[in-house]
Write a protein that binds this ligand. Structure first.
Ligand SMILES: Cc1cc2nc3c(=O)[nH]c(=O)nc-3n(C[C@H](O)[C@H](O)[C@H](O)COP(=O)(O)OP(=O)(O)OC[C@H]3O[C@@H](n4cnc5c(N)ncnc54)[C@H](O)[C@@H]3O)c2cc1C
Length: 200
């Protein structure tokens, strides 16, 4: 089955690169595309850039310091060794989009994507079709995590060794985050399973 992407169809868009998702990955990609002079269009299902952070739980503070949470070209304001709140980070992403002058259609969810004759065709929730020779799809951060609290760092390491030996997919190797030693595995459906120790 082919999709009609003729220009006469109302709402049809053509762009060199379609970026699906204006989260960190999409915005950083758009930044590089702009620098390279490539025509692109970014779409996001959310009503506003940063909504995926805004809608997370009220007390959430990033576990990565501002120095490594910033996107290329625009530092996250504030103490570089301090930690941004989720609303602060959402506002930063919105500002990044504005300062960068990125072309973004918010409130647009891509419901189908296929490649035909080397051209990607994306159908959005409101029926519009975007055609592009290259597409960047972003958006894994909105996945929920199931946390497994274990007693101490040694228990984190033991579980890692056991799961790894059993062939469980590891998404994030053991490392020390602000809340302690942790790693992330994936269940067969791709859900994130975080192993960590309880906060002190
Ligand atoms: C509770 C929690 C805390 C976290 N804390 C940290 C932290 O402290 N530091 C850190 O570095 N990382 C943290 N992360 C991970 C971080 O959120 C992700 O690594 C990061 O957001 C991934 O960026 P992304 O652009 O790939 O995806 P996302 O930020 O998820 O952005 C994807 C975007 O795509 C849009 N989208 C999705 N599907 C569609 C579609 N079909 N059509 C159109 N648009 C679509 C979404 O609306 C969203 O805006 C945390 C994650 C969680 C869940």
């Amino acid at each position: 089955m082919s999709i009609d992407v003729s220009d006469s169809r109302s709402g049809t868009r053509r762009t060199e690169v379609l970026v699906i998702g204006a989260g960190q990955a999409g915005l950083a990609a758009a930044n590089e595309l702009k620098k390279a002079g490539v025509d692109y269009l970014m779409v996001d299902a959310g009503a506003a850039v940063g909504d995926s952070w805004r809608q997370r739980y009220e007390t959430l503070t990033l576990f990565t310091p501002r120095s490594i949470s910033s996107l290329p070209g625009l530092p996250l304001p504030g103490d570089t060794e301090g930690y941004a709140t989720k609303d602060e980070f959402a506002a930063y992403l919105a500002r990044y989009a504005k300062v960068g002058g990125h072309r973004i259609e918010t409130g647009t969810r891509i419901s189908a994507l296929r490649r035909e004759h080397g051209v990607f065709e994306a159908v959005s929730s409101d029926g519009r079709i975007y055609a592009a020779p290259a597409v960047i799809v972003s958006g894994t951060g909105h996945r929920f995590e199931l946390a497994f609290m274990v007693d101490d760092d040694a228990a984190v390491n033991r579980l890692y060794d056991t799961w790894r030996a059993a062939g469980v997919a590891i998404e994030q190797e053991p490392s020390v985050a602000v809340f302690g030693r942790t790693f992330v595995a994936l269940d067969p459906d791709g859900h994130r399973l975080r192993v960590c120790t309880p906060d002190e």
